[in-house]
Write a protein that binds this ligand. Structure first.
Ligand SMILES: Nc1ncnc2c1ncn2[C@@H]1O[C@H](COP(=O)(O)OP(=O)(O)OP(=O)(O)O)[C@@H](O)[C@H]1O
Ligand SMILES: [Mg+2]
Length: 238
């Protein structure tokens, strides 16, 4: 499956009756990189998990390459092309690294595990270890590698760099950029580090209290320090 367009229109969602994400609309063209930024608790994670079908959907549409997915279960959304690396790394703690990776293959041949081991040699070394025996950074690699093995046409990444060594962060961001440029994957990245977010993404959404309060090109935001200060506060001074 090649990279797909993502269209979100009038999306509202939350937890039970509580509404967190309110009237969110945006589009990401196929193969583009978009970042979502905003202070803690502003609804970034809720938005991504809503796209994946893991919250209470209140209103609005979500289309992957024109096909509405907002009524599908999370697993069916995965088969429709959505890949997700949640902020809470959802690896199987009692399975080995390799078993975790196999679960992400979605029917592709086991020889493809090499893609994951190539990106994260550390996972090859630890492939017989159980999920719970991994360090935080290794769990992070496993979660990301498993999502990539499913060859998602739209990849949702919730702070995928958290806990990883700087050199691995750079490699990973380069790998994500490559996937998008090759037309393999459209990427929506939630990232706290503003510099990283702006360097990676072509377009940016700023979230505040569940709403999009600014959207535009990364370059435009980079050249507006007062906006960065307004939206990110002290956290923006990276
Ligand atoms: N499972 C949940 N049940 C009820 N409320 C929740 C739940 N998860 C998050 N919330 C609330 O939703 C709001 C948005 O949280 P969310 O995790 O989406 O923010 P975020 O922008 O990802 O923050 P952070 O930068 O800290 O990861 C917060 O007020 C939070 O308390
Ligand atoms: Mg979050």
């Amino acid at each position: 499956m090649p990279a797909a367009t993502l269209h979100v229109n009038g999306l509202s969602s939350g937890y039970g009756r509580t509404v967190i994400v309110e009237d969110v609309s945006f589009s990401v063209p196929a193969g583009q990189r978009m970042a979502i930024i905003g202070r803690n608790g502003m609804g970034k994670t809720t938005l991504l998990s809503t796209l994946m079908g893991l919250t209470t959907h209140h209103a609005g549409t979500i289309a992957v390459e024109g096909a509405g997915v907002e009524k599908l279960s999370a697993s069916r959304r995965a088969y429709a092309g959505l890949g997700y690396v949640p902020q809470t790394r959802d690896i199987f703690r009692t399975l080995t690294v390799e078993e975790n990776l196999v679960s992400g293959l979605k029917g592709r041949a086991k020889t493809n595990l090499d893609e994951a081991y190539h990106l994260f040699p550390r996972l090859r070394e630890r492939r017989r270890n159980l999920g719970w025996q991994l360090s935080g950074g290794e769990q992070q690699m496993l979660s990301t590698a498993r999502a990539l093995l499913g060859k998602p046409s739209v990849l949702l990444l919730d702070e995928p760099l958290e806990g990883l060594a700087p050199v691995i962060c750079q490699e990973l961001m380069a790998a994500f950029t490559e996937l998008a440029k090759a037309g393999t994957t459209t990427i929506l990245l939630v990232e706290q580090n503003l510099k990283t977010a702006l360097a990676f993404a072509e377009e940016v959404l700023v979230m505040e209290r569940g709403r999009i309060v600014w959207s535009g090109q990364s370059e435009a935001l980079s050249s507006e320090p007062h906006l960065i200060d307004k939206f990110m506060g002290v956290a923006g001074v990276h």
